[in-house]
Design a protein around this ligand. Structure first.
Ligand code: NAD
Length: 248
């Protein structure tokens, strides 16, 4: 493991266009569980609350679950050391872009700037009609569902629901970043959710070295990963930060 960490630190130091691709695992140490599995959110809530058709036909039922998951729970989570180290890598010019499948806003709270939100962001609400964006504290979430002040439409959290397309701009910029990347850090994702899962594959096809950090092997591990660093995201990233001498 020590040799692998040293190899990765050297690759990172010599890189010109490194990107990161993150998933739910990076936020597990912030207390946000993945969706699936015995401790996952879908063991407590019905995933149909995030189905687009169901949301339109049952706004109050959907919003009751959404408020509980994304505003009473996600909204109170704090970023962890993994988010913080990635933001520092960017601030030091080492990390050029961060493509995330997460919708919890924790990368941004930790200070990451060039975050490509492949699945949107739960900490913003959007009017599907006039596209006005609201922050959670700008709407009354004690009176559900929340409505747009301009046109009275039911507001929707600004992340991708089941049955909804990927935001075009984030999609386009993620593909471009993947095609330009010379090193990709995949962190805390099973690589099962399409089309997001193909971002590292696209980078590999264009010649990038794929490094993976995860507590368990994923779809990528025996496939496109060149160096697999097994462990918690925060612990591995802190070790890498130490090796690259990027400590503040
Ligand atoms: P996933 O739930 O399918 O997989 C999580 C991965 O993280 C697993 O491979 C697991 O081994 C790994 N992991 C768990 N703890 C870890 C840790 N401490 N350090 C490193 N790795 C760890 O997640 P996914 O692949 O991101 O796909 C799930 C989908 O659900 C995504 O589309 C995502 O948008 C969404 N989701 C988002 C959040 C969030 O915003 N925090 C939370 C749950 C799900």
């Amino acid at each position: 493991m020590k040799n692998d960490l040293l190899r990765v630190a050297t690759l990172m130091k010599n890189s010109h266009s490194m990107i990161a691709f993150t998933g739910a695992g990076v936020s597990v140490e912030s207390g946000i569980p993945p969706f699936r599995g015995p401790e996952g959110l879908w063991s407590k809530y019905d995933p149909q609350c995030l189905d687009l058709d169901f949301f339109h036909t049952h706004p109050l039922e959907s919003w009751t679950a959404i408020k509980s998951i994304f505003y009473d729970f996600f909204g109170k989570a704090k970023f962890n050391e993994a988010h913080r180290v990635l933001a520092d890598f960017e601030a030091k010019g080492l990390l050029k872009a961060l493509v995330t499948q997460n919708i919890d806003n924790l990368h941004q709270m930790a200070g990451s700037k060039n975050v490509l939100e492949f699945h949107g962001n739960s900490q913003k609400l959007i009017c599907p009609h006039c596209k006005t964006i609201y922050l959670p504290n700008e709407v009354n979430l004690d009176d559900l569902p929340p409505f747009c002040k301009n046109d009275g439409e039911v507001l929707k959290p600004d992340f991708v629901f089941f049955g909804e397309g990927i935001p075009e701009e984030a999609y386009r910029r993620s593909i471009l970043a993947a095609q330009k990347a010379d090193v990709v850090l995949i962190i805390g994702t099973t690589g099962e959710v399409m089309p997001a899962a193909m971002i590292p594959t696209e980078a590999k096809r264009a010649g990038a070295v794929i490094i993976e950090i995860n507590t368990e092997p994923s779809n990528y591990t025996n496939n496109i990963t060149e160096i697999f660093l097994q462990g918690k995201a925060s612990e591995i990233l802190l070790e890498l930060e130490g090796l690259i001498h990027l400590k503040r």
